[in-house]
Structures are given as structure tokens and as C-alpha cells.
Design a protein around this ligand. Structure first.
Ligand code: GDP
Ligand code: ZN
Length: 351
């Protein structure tokens, strides 16, 4: 099925095949009812879904029974005036909702996660690591974008540093002011769906405007002194980029809550993961174990101690999350805890 209006939004053979394989209960051939149509969710503002359809952009309600609930970036099927199905996702970007232990979907079918860091402030390696883990966990590829390159006297050197600190990750330095690096970023995006993640004031709105070659997002002036921007982007929204690709805007994410598993953490630290293959024990924690190749690399100055510390922090966080999220594990922990409590009681009772 051909839907030329959907192509700029990323419609391709995959979606066409999924759409035509759906069992639409003969609806597609019933002349008395409008044919079901595919569309992409470009905005989700709490009350409704704005969906790009083959003939128009329209606000569409969603049937309660639709599982999973659609999010921005999803390809959906609209039938009888409502979203009736969500096509199988290629990726789902998720973060831990602020303050609670629950995953919050941010965007679906994202190919590339742009990790935005402003060169007008110190680059936070830990923050980059956790966003990279988030991207790998989603099924997307991370790319670090160092914004405000015009404010740094040595942007290229700092890009090299960041590149060295995060092996295997591409780094692009850009300036929304001078336009430097914007074409390079456009090439990296090509026709893919991207999402920009970075703290408030990182230059996400300015970058969105530079990529979209128009004023689509309001930019906020950074308060002088602390280099923190005002929260200006309010709703998640997908924009078609003139050179190809789709950019999904997320509200300024101040704290990126990790929602990723330990595999994603391993993918974030390919250097440590590679070294770990040489550890004597399969389940080496690279802590005090004999024959630990990771500790040996730190001793030999082949791996920065900070890098190992960063891995440890993220690994611990992901493991804790897995324990809390897995009811079986919770039970195990509950049992272990009550055993420990009983043991303590018993000891107390001893003279
Ligand atoms: P957001 O909160 O991540 O969307 O950040 P904004 O795009 O609103 O940018 C925050 C501040 O940084 C604004 O005052 C922008 O004008 C400024 N800014 C953004 N990009 C650049 C840049 O490339 N060069 C310079 N000099 N300033 C920038
Ligand atoms: Zn080890």
C-alpha cells in the first residue's frame, strides 16, 4: 500500500508489511465503512493523540483496549475514528518516572538518541553514560551532540576527550549560532527518527530549530550564573526535518532516571565488558576478585579508575532496579530478609 504523505514521517516497507498483515476483520474490504488507515502519533498531550494520517493530521481518541497504549512515534491503525491498534515497535525509549519506580515511555520507534551536552558547562560523563544506557536499552543507537561549540575555545579537543571517554560512541560538536556541525548532524540523522535528551538549557530547542530550519521550539534564555535554562518545551512532539528524518522533542529532562537493564549497561561500557572476558571468574564483580582483568587494566593505566567507578554506579543502579521490578526476585529478597531478621532475633536472644 502506498501512502506518500506518510513517507516523510518514516513510513517504509516494514510498516507497510505490518499494516497489511493485520487482521482487520474484513473491514478493509467492506465498502460501507471507511477503510482503516495507518498513521503516526506526533503528539501525546494527555488528553488526545495527534496522528498524521495518509490524508490529514487529526486528533484521534484511543480505544481503552489498545495495548500497549500508544505513545509519540508509534505507528497506529485508525479505524472508525479511533486508534484501534499499535504496530509492533522497533524501539521504545523509557525512563524511570520521577519519584516512583515505574517506567515512563518517552518515545517509540526511535532509531537514534541524541545526547545533548552544552559546551558552556562541564561535560558530565556520568550523565552521558546513563543516557547511553537508556538508548541501548530502548533498542536505539546513542550519539553525543556537544552543543554551543561557539562558546568553547577548543570544541574539537573537547569532542575528542568525550569520544575517548565513551568508546564506540560517535560525537558531533554543533553550534546553533554559527551553524557549525549542523550538516554533519543532518547526515548522521539521514532519514531516521531521533530524539534529543539533555538537561534544561543544554540547547535542545536551539538545535531543534537549527535542524528544522525554522522556529518550531521556543528557546529559553539561560539564567546567567548557573547556566540553567528555563523549562520551555512543554509537550513531546515529532517534527519532520527538511533534510529527512523525524525529530521527537521531549520536555527538558532534568534528571534522567535510569530504566535500563544490566545488558544495556554492558553495552554502554564495551571497554569494561571486553576486558571482563579475561577475568578468571565468569561472574567477576571487578571488585577484589583474584585474576580480575579489569582491575589489572586499571593498575596498568589502561583503564581509568573513574570509568570503572562509573560502570559500578550504573551497574548497581540497574541491578537494584531489576530486583525491585522482578516480583520473583522481590520474594527472594523478602525471604532472605526475614531469614536475616530471624537470625538477628535468635542472636539477640542468646545470652
Ligand atoms: P534547552 O533548554 O535544552 O531547549 O536549551 P535552549 O535551546 O533553550 O538553549 C538554552 C540557552 O543556550 C539559550 O539562551 C540559547 O540561546 C543558548 N544556546 C543554545 N544553543 C546555542 C549555541 O549554539 N551557541 C550559543 N552561543 N548559545 C546557544
Ligand atoms: Zn573482573
Amino acid at each position: 500500500m502506498q501512502f506518500p504523505a506518510l513517507v516523510p514521517y518514516g513510513w517504509n516497507g516494514r510498516w507497510a508489511a505490518l499494516f497489511s498483515s493485520l487482521d482487520l476483520g474484513g473491514r478493509a474490504t467492506d465498502p460501507a465503512r471507511p477503510a482503516p488507515a495507518p498513521g503516526r502519533v506526533v503528539r501525546h498531550d494527555g488528553t488526545g493523540l495527534l496522528v498524521v494520517l495518509p490524508d490529514r493530521v487529526r486528533s484521534v481518541p484511543c480505544r481503552r483496549s489498545v495495548d500497549p497504549p500508544p505513545t509519540v512515534g508509534d505507528w497506529v491503525v485508525v479505524a472508525d475514528g479511533a486508534v484501534g491498534a499499535v504496530l509492533d515497535r522497533t524501539s521504545l525509549l523509557t525512563r524511570r518516572a520521577a519519584g516512583v519506580d515505574a517506567p515512563q515511555p518517552l518515545a517509540a520507534n526511535v532509531d537514534l538518541v541524541l545526547v545533548a551536552c552544552g559546551l558552556d558547562r562541564p561535560v558530565k560523563a556520568g550523565r552521558i553514560d546513563r543516557t547511553i544506557a537508556l538508548a541501548w536499552d530502548a533498542g536505539a543507537v546513542p550519539l553525543v551532540v556537544l552543543t554551543k561549540a561557539d562558546l568553547s575555545p577548543d570544541a574539537a579537543a573537547r569532542a575528542d576527550e568525550v569520544q575517548a571517554a565513551h568508546p564506540g560512541i560517535d560525537v558531533v560538536a554543533t553550534s546553533a549560532t554559527t551553524g557549525d556541525g549542523i550538516d554533519e548532524l543532518r547526515c548522521a540523522i539521514h532519514d531516521r527518527t531521533v530524539v534529543l535528551i539533555g538537561e534544561s538549557g543544554a540547547g535542545k530547542s536551539s538545535l531543534t530549530n537549527a535542524l528544522a530550519a525554522g522556529e518550531v521550539a521556543a528557546t529559553g534564555a539561560v539564567r546567567s550564573g548557573d547556566a540553567k535554562g528555563r523549562h520551555t518545551t512543554s509537550a513531546r512532539q515529532a517534527h519532520v526535518l527538511p533534510g529527512g528524518g523525524v525529530l521527537i522533542d521531549t520536555p527538558g529532562l532534568r534528571a534522567v532516571g535510569l530504566w535500563a537493564d544490566t545488558d544495556a549497561v554492558a553495552a554502554t561500557f564495551p571497554d569494561i565488558d571486553g576486558l571482563a572476558a579475561g577475568c578468571r571468574f565468569n561472574d567477576c564483580r571487578h571488585d577484589r576478585e583474584p585474576g580480575c582483568a579489569v582491575l589489572a587494566a586499571v593498575d596498568a593505566d589502561a583503564l581509568a579508575a573513574e570509568r570503572l567507578a562509573a560502570w559500578r554506579a550504573l551497574e548497581r543502579e540497574a541491578a537494584a532496579l531489576a530486583r525491585r521490578a522482578d516480583p520473583h526476585e522481590q520474594k527472594q529478597w523478602g525471604r532472605q530478609f526475614s531469614r536475616m531478621a530471624k537470625e538477628a532475633q535468635r542472636r539477640k536472644g542468646r545470652p
